[in-house]
Ligand binder design. Sequence first.
Ligand code: FNR
Length: 186
Amino acid sequence: MSKVYNVAVLVGSLRKASINRKLAEALAQLAPPSLKLQIVEIGDLPLYNEDIDAGSPPAAYSAFRDQLKAADAVLFVTPEYNRSVPGALKNAIDVGSRPYGQSAFGSKPGAVLSASPGAIGGFGANHHLRQSLVFLDIPVLQQPEAYLGGAGNFFDDGGKLNDGIKGFLQKFIDAYAAWVEQHAKG
Ligand code: FNR
């Protein structure tokens, strides 16, 4: 049987009706059999503080790091807050990156999709996030770029995704599957 890669999905929005969360769920449905996507929750992580991480770290930090370590790849689906990465997602990245020298991100292949009701599709968040991913040594999928604007109209009242966006998501997740197969360790 061919390998199935486990993908940890970090969603940058904490709200229940999040468009980005719905897009992450849609990607999980559209993913080819070689990828298994699972959202790893970030909303309960205490703000990163080296003092509380020393010795015996909060259980939420350890559980989060374990989930990341168990994954083969990591996918980011995020809105843009004030032209940058939402604080909750940046906090999760900081938690996962420590203790120093023991980053849970390893060099797991990544991808970034940003979506916004605004016109520029979270481009600022997407690229600020990429800056952190360079330091974390995550090889990030380059194409197709995914800055999805006008996201307020992606889902109808019944929750159905429009066909144009669905087609793009399919292209994106297929390209990511090939990227993961190429770059995943072990
Ligand atoms: C926003 N929003 C926003 N949108 C954008 O395109 N660029 C931005 O810089 C910001 N800044 C921003 C800051 C804060 C604090 C909030 C709460 C919102 C709007 C944002 O794109 C919109 O609320 C999305 O619907 C959020 O994504 P989810 O929660 O639907 O996934």
